[in-house]
Ligand binder design. Structure first.
Ligand code: AMP
Ligand code: ZN
Length: 460
C-alpha cells in the first residue's frame, strides 16, 4: 500500500487511484531560459522515484512534465543576450533533457510545451469568462478569485497573507489584488498569439491547467512540484481547473522541501545556485542522485561538499559489495521487501538507502560465496530500481577518477580502490588486483604494500 503525504489534507494518506489500472502524475516542469540547478534537480529526481514506484505497483502510469517555453523571464533573457527566444528555449530544453538523463531519470510519458498548447489555453479562458469566473480589463483577462468560494483551500492562507505573498502583482485594472492573469497583451517585439482579446500571451498558471486536463483528464491522481509552487501557482491552477470543469482537480498534491546552501534556498534570483552541468564536472550523475535522495523529500536538504563526498563514499561502498553479484545476471530482479516498504511509505529514500547499506554489510559479513551472490543480486536489483548501481562495478570504478577530480574525493576513491584490490587478492584474483593497481598507476597513484596495510602516494 502506497502512503503519500497530501498537501491538500496535511496528512499522510493511503494512495487510492481513480482507476486502479491507470495512474496519472503531473509534475510542473522547468522554465527554459537557463540551465537547471540542483534545487530544480531535486524535484525531478524525487518524482522520478515516485514514477518508478507507481509503474511497479500499477499496470499503466501516464507521467506528464511540461516545458514552460513562454514566460517573461525568457523574453528578458532574449532581450539581454540578443539571442532569439526559440534559440534560448530549444537549447535550454535540450540541455535540461541531457541533465535529467545524466541524473538517471526516466523520461516522462509526455513533455508538452506551453507554446504548442495555446488554443487549449484560449478555450479554457473563454469557458472561465462564460461561467463568470474571469473578466477582461485593459487587454488583460483576469481570474476573479471571489467567484471561487474554495479559493485558498490548498495553501490555507488568510487574505492578507495571500496579498503579501510571493508573486502577487498589484495592478489598477484588478478588481481584487489576488486576481491573477490568464491572458495579457503583447506589444512591440514581444511574442504573441491571436486571441479573442487581441494579440497576447498566456499568464503563468493556465498552461498547467490546460495541459494536465488534455493529457490526464479533468480530475487526476497526483500533481507535484517544489513547495514554493503551492502558492500562488498550484492554488491558481486548482481555481482555474475546478471552475472550468466543475469537477475536483487533483486528488493528491505532493511538494518537496527546498535544497538549501548556507541556510538559504538555492535559487537563480539569489545567485547561490550550482547548475547540474557544473556539478557533473566534478561528480557523476549517480553521486548527485544519491546525495539528493539521502534526505527525505519533505525535509530541507542542506547541500555541502562534505555531503557530496559522503555520497561518493557511500556509492563506493555499495559498488564494492556489488562485485559479488553474478556477472551474467540473467536472473529476474529481486527487490528487497523492506526497501520497497520504505519507498512506499511516502518515499522514505533515506531509509531505503540505509537498507541497501545493510545488505552491503551482510554481504561483507557472510562467509558463504553463494549467499554473498544472492544478497549482491538483491542489492543490485534494489539499487537499479531507484536508478542507482546500474553500472558494472569495474566500469564504475574505472570512471570514478574522472568523476572525482577534487583531491578529497580522489583520496576516498583511492581508499575504495585499495579495498577492492585487497579483496581481489584475498580471493586470489590477481589479474583483477593488478588491473586496479595499474589503473591507479596510470592516474599517477602508486601503491605500496606495507605490513600495516596498503599505502598510497601521488607520483610527482
Ligand atoms: P522554476 O524553474 O523556478 O519554476 O523551478 C522548477 C522547479 O524547481 C519547481 O518545482 C520549483 O519548486 C523547484 N525548485 C526551485 N528551487 C528549488 C530549491 N532550492 N529546492 C527545491 N526545489 C526547488
Ligand atoms: Zn505548473
Amino acid at each position: 500500500m502506497l502512503q503519500i503525504y497530501n498537501t491538500l489534507t496535511h496528512q499522510k494518506e493511503t494512495f487510492l487511484p481513480l482507476d486502479a489500472h491507470h495512474v496519472g502524475l503531473y509534475v510542473c516542469g522547468p522554465t527554459v531560459y537557463d540551465y537547471a540547478h540542483l534545487g530544480n534537480a531535486r524535484v525531478y529526481v524525487i518524482f522520478d522515484i515516485l514514477n518508478r514506484l507507481l509503474n511497479y505497483i500499477y499496470p499503466t502510469v501516464t507521467y506528464v512534465r511540461n516545458i514552460t517555453d513562454i514566460d517573461d523571464k525568457i523574453i528578458q533573457a532574449s532581450l539581454t543576450s540578443g539571442n532569439s527566444i526559440s534559440e534560448i528555449t530549444e537549447r535550454t530544453t535540450q540541455a535540461f533533457q541531457e541533465d535529467m538523463k545524466s541524473l538517471g531519470n526516466v523520461s516522462p510519458t509526455y513533455e508538452p510545451k506551453a507554446t504548442e498548447h495555446i488554443p487549449e489555453m484560449i478555450k479554457m479562458i473563454q469557458t472561465l469568462i462564460e461561467k463568470g469566473h474571469a473578466y477582461e480589463a485593459e487587454g488583460h483577462v483576469l481570474f476573479q478569485v471571489t467567484s471561487d468560494p474554495s479559493y485558498g483551500s490548498l495553501s490555507r492562507q488568510g487574505l492578507e497573507d495571500m496579498i503579501s505573498g510571493a508573486r502577487v502583482e498589484i495592478a489598477p485594472y484588478k478588481k481584487d489584488p489576488r486576481d491573477f492573469i490568464l491572458w495579457k497583451p503583447s506589444t512591440g517585439d514581444i511574442p504573441g498569439w491571436q486571441s479573442p482579446w487581441g494579440l497576447g500571451r498566456p499568464g503563468w498558471h493556465i498552461e498547467c491547467s490546460a495541459m494536465s486536463s488534455k493529457y490526464l483528464g479533468e480530475t487526476f491522481d497526483i500533481h507535484a512540484g517544489g513547495q514554493d509552487l503551492i502558492f500562488p501557482h498550484h492554488e491558481n491552477e486548482q481555481a482555474q481547473s475546478t471552475c472550468c470543469s466543475n469537477k475536483p482537480f487533483v486528488r493528491y498534491w505532493m511538494h518537496n522541501g527546498y535544497l538549501i546552501v548556507n541556510g538559504e534556498k538555492m535559487s537563480k534570483s539569489l545567485g547561490n545556485f550550482l547548475t547540474v552541468r557544473d556539478l557533473l564536472k566534478k561528480a557523476s550523475g549517480d553521486v548527485l542522485r544519491y546525495g539528493l535522495l539521502s534526505v527525505h523529500y519533505r525535509q530541507p536538504l542542506d547541500w555541502t561538499d562534505a555531503g557530496l563526498l559522503q555520497a561518493q563514499n557511500s556509492l563506493c561502498r555499495l559498488y564494492t559489495a556489488m562485485r559479488h553479484a553474478p556477472k551474467e545476471d540473467a536472473a529476474s530482479p529481486d527487490l528487497n521487501k523492506e526497501f520497497l516498504s520504505a519507498l512506499a511509505d511516502d518515499l522514505n529514500t533515506p531509509l531505503a538507502l540505509h537498507i541497501l547499506h545493510g545488505l552491503a554489510s551482510d554481504i561483507n559479513k557472510s562467509s558463504s560465496e553463494k549467499e554473498k551472490a544472492v544478497l549482491a543480486h538483491q542489492l543490485k536489483s534494489s539499487g537499479a530500481f531507484i536508478g542507482l548501481l546500474t553500472e558494472d562495478p569495474d566500469v564504475w570504478f574505472q570512471k570514478s577518477p574522472k568523476n572525482c577530480s577534487e583531491k578529497a574525493l580522489e583520496g576516498l576513491h583511492i581508499e575504495c580502490q585499495i579495498e577492492a584490490r585487497n579483496k581481489a587478492r584475498q580471493e586470489r584474483d590477481f589479474k583483477e588486483a593488478d588491473r586496479i593497481r595499474d589503473h591507479l598507476l596510470e592516474a599517477g597513484i602508486a601503491l605500496e604494500d606495507a605490513p600495516s596495510g596498503t599505502l598510497w602516494r601521488r607520483l610527482k
